[in-house]
Design a protein around this ligand. Sequence first.
Ligand code: 4NP
Length: 164
Amino acid sequence: MKTSDKTPHRLLFICLGNICRSPAAEGVMRAKVHAAHMDDEFVIDSAGIGDWHVGQLPDRRMRERGALRGYRFDSHARQIRQSDFDDFDLLLVMDSDNYRIVTAKAPTEETRQKVRMLTDYLPEGSKATVVPDPYYGDMSDFDYALDLIEEACDGLLSALVEDK
Ligand code: 4NP
């Protein structure tokens, strides 16, 4: 099959501010897709529920903790928009507040079904049900968020590739 014939997977990672968790998930997923030589098959972006940080790079602490693992998080924050529900196949949120707010914005039942918790893709047996907000925490909270994001992105990539 030619690359152009393949349906791209369009993924939007969403958190509250788009400066900690969702830009990290965007960067981690981008790296995993690149390592799998599947860049042409994915569209990957992130957005925030709030507009406080629009235009900003990810939080310095998340960029530092990500760099220690070989990631470069350099997206610029943007707020979610209604067209995201049409433009993406999956809207992956980090916690139950995100889920409640984003599903409430979905214009139709079909688009509501596109909203998923990122933690749904953690391995069976994982106890985590949310990626907690590290913003008011310390470096260990950023590392924990990254641990969950890396594991969930592995599960997400497997789920999407198997789905073909
Ligand atoms: P994020 O973290 O949702 O993972 O980007 C936050 C960043 C900023 C704020 C809250 C959460 N804030 O209140 O400014």
